[in-house]
Design a protein around this ligand. Structure first.
Ligand code: F6P
Length: 323
């Protein structure tokens, strides 16, 4: 194998650039020439390619986002789109592909691999919802951004004796909300994995008020059965139940745009290196991920056919800490 390609797909995650840099530079040791694909799978379909040398990836390790650009391609989801992508790869004499991304991206990687093309995935998503990966690229930085926001909100919330509903990202996963709730000392956490009826939540906020707390922070996952806006609407009609006055804030994409911290830079570098190692050894159809502190690989077929679960003890722990 002489020429490989790398792409970033789905929601960008802080650390993706460190992974691209690692692929390009560790690839050189394996005798690879690396082609960067712009805008994820859409760029693969369109043949939007750029040769990447070691200087092209200089100065990007500290940058958030992805210098290659990302996209969610509808065309690639069709068999014809995937055939077009394969044609582009063959026409450019590309013999292997590294896909940096989350669930949707690895589903695409698996589909290409099933068509016989050598593909290796790198686990990257702020949602931390990839099966087999303990923690994915971008999670740590996104969590720290959410925490910084929560710490600041506590200051103003305490000054006014208010409750804040803080909505954090995570798609269908409550991981980011739960962890930012635990680390941010939230009074309650609402996540899709566990049911919290609004009246129970009102009760928790009320208890915090009666305990004499100066504020109540409720971290709500965007994928929760009732999101922060819907909860706020419910509480508007049941205000007397809360004690505190209420405000809502949605952190949204702010969480994704940060400069990667040390953890994500190192994780991305390790996973990028593992991916080139796998292709060089003639292995494909696998995801490179961190598990129990070790870089491992597991079949993409297994990754895309399983759902990652959240440890129920952590939700219980979040509840125990709210006294
Ligand atoms: O998968 C990453 C993520 O940030 C999710 O947490 C969120 O639901 C989604 O992407 C937002 O997607 P978009 O950037 O397309 O609005």
């Amino acid at each position: 194998m002489q020429r490989i390609a790398v792409l970033t797909s789905g929601g960008d995650a802080p650390g993706m650039n460190a992974a691209i840099r690692s692929v390009v530079r560790t690839g050189i040791d394996k005798g690879f020439e690396t082609i960067g694909v712009h805008h994820g799978y859409q760029g693969l379909v369109d043949g939007d390619f750029q040769a990447l040398g070691p200087r092209d990836v200089g100065g990007i390790i500290q940058q958030g986002g992805t210098v290659l650009g990302s996209a969610r391609s509808e065309e690639f989801k069709t068999p014809e789109g995937r055939r077009k992508a394969l044609r582009e790869l063959n026409q450019h004499a590309i013999e292997g592909l590294i896909v940096i991304g989350g669930n949707g991206s690895q589903t695409g990687a698996h589909a290409l691999s099933e068509m016989g093309f050598p593909v290796v995935g790198v686990a990257s998503t702020i949602d931390n919802d990839l099966y087999g990966a303990e923690i994915t690229i971008g999670v740590d930085t996104a969590l720290n951004i959410a925490l910084e926001a929560i710490d600041r909100l506590k200051v103003t919330a305490s000054s006014h004796q208010r409750a804040f509903l803080v909505e954090v990202m995570g798609r269908d996963s409550g991981y980011l909300a739960l962890m930012s709730g635990i680390a941010g000392g939230a009074e309650a956490v609402v996540i899709p994995e566990f049911e919290t009826p609004p009246e129970d939540l009102a009760e928790q906020i009320r208890i915090a008020y009666e305990r004499g707390k100066a504020h109540a922070i409720v971290v709500v996952a965007e994928g929760a059965r009732l999101n922060a806006e819907e909860l706020a609407h419910y509480f508007k009609e049941h205000r007397e139940e809360l004690g505190f006055a209420l405000r809502v804030i949605t952190l949204g994409h702010v969480q994704r745009g940060g400069q990667p911290g040390a953890f994500d830079r190192i994780l991305a570098t390790r996973l990028g290196a593992k991916a080139t190692e796998e292709l060089a050894a003639g292995r494909s159809g696998v995801l490179c991920a961190l598990n129990k502190g070790e870089v491992i690989t597991l079949p993409l077929a297994e990754v895309v056919s399983h759902k990652k679960t959240l440890d129920p003890y952590l939700f219980e722990l979040a509840g125990m800490l709210t006294k």
